[in-house]
Design a protein around this ligand. Structure first.
Ligand SMILES: [Zn+2]
Length: 267
């Protein structure tokens, strides 16, 4: 592509842009040709379509709807073809194709999809579709301690940092796999998201036998590794948690439901 002002070729650049879409501002990477001399920006039809898809994905993530990529991933996990998912959801196959491609599904259609993926009865937004099990909490924390080669779980620090690693672990696992890792419920406390009733739990967590916990799947290990990379120091995870709107907007002591996981911004 050449600059219409006669400056020759315009190289492709990826620029992060804030886009206002349906009253929500999303930050998305946009691929554009930029003239190095006059700064003129232009995109091909394909690039514009790609940007629209990226905005649609970011928007759906921000408002807690399944993204196109989510729909593809969960459909494949269940070994369903597009026509099979359409039949189970009660829609035409064209709808499935459009949602996977970038068209935004309604809230009720989103619910219908979730019912197919996880079942109505199973969806539990306080535990993230898993029964709370204290040894699993310890297993997750021990995994972090091993990766960091540092002790996280200390009775005297009131789980200030360990609870934030746990919170991100459970929320990201729920967002990406539809199930939390520990089944814990989290509340919004003044110093950040915290394990609900942590004072009553901390002794039991420290005393728990991790061999009684279900081992971590490879997907779960990947989630933990990703969080370790994103928040290598305890203050990273502390500060990130405080930047999360899903914590900020809750009243003190209020539960932060797993259904908010799609709105995490720091990871
Ligand atoms: Zn130019």
């Amino acid at each position: 592509m050449n600059c219409p002002n006669g400056h020759g070729t315009m190289p492709v650049k990826t620029i992060n842009k804030e886009v206002l879409f349906r009253e929500i501002t999303v930050s998305v990477p946009v691929k554009q040709h930029v003239c190095p001399r006059c700064g003129l920006e232009a995109g091909t039809v394909q690039e514009t379509a790609e940007t629209q898809r990226t905005v649609s994905e970011a928007y759906r993530k921000a408002v807690g709807l399944l993204t196109g990529a989510d729909i593809v991933r969960f459909r494949k996990k269940m070994h369903l073809t597009q026509p099979q998912l359409a039949e189970k959801t009660g829609v035409g196959v064209a709808s499935i194709k459009r949602w996977e491609g970038g068209l935004i599904q309604t809230k009720s259609m989103d619910k219908a999809l979730r019912n197919v993926f996880w079942g109505t009865a199973k969806e539990d937004t306080y535990t993230g579709n898993r029964t709370f099990f204290i040894p699993r909490v310890k297993l997750v924390l021990v995994s972090y301690e091993n990766l960091f080669n540092k002790k996280l779980l200390k009775p005297e620090n009131k789980m200030l940092f360990s609870a934030k690693y746990l919170w991100y672990t459970d929320m990201v696992a729920y967002r990406e796999n539809g199930q939390s890792m520990t089944g814990a419920t989290y509340a919004a406390l003044p110093l950040g998201p915290q394990l609900n009733n942590y004072r009553d739990l901390i002794k039991d967590i420290i005393a728990a036998d991790i061999t009684s916990a279900e081992p971590l799947t490879s997907e779960e290990q990947k989630t933990i590794a990703k969080i370790t990379k994103a928040f290598p120091r305890k203050w990273d995870v502390y500060n990130a948690a405080h930047r999360e709107v899903i914590w900020q907007r809750r009243a003190v002591g209020e539960v932060i439901p797993y259904s908010d996981a799609g709105q995490l911004t720091q990871i």
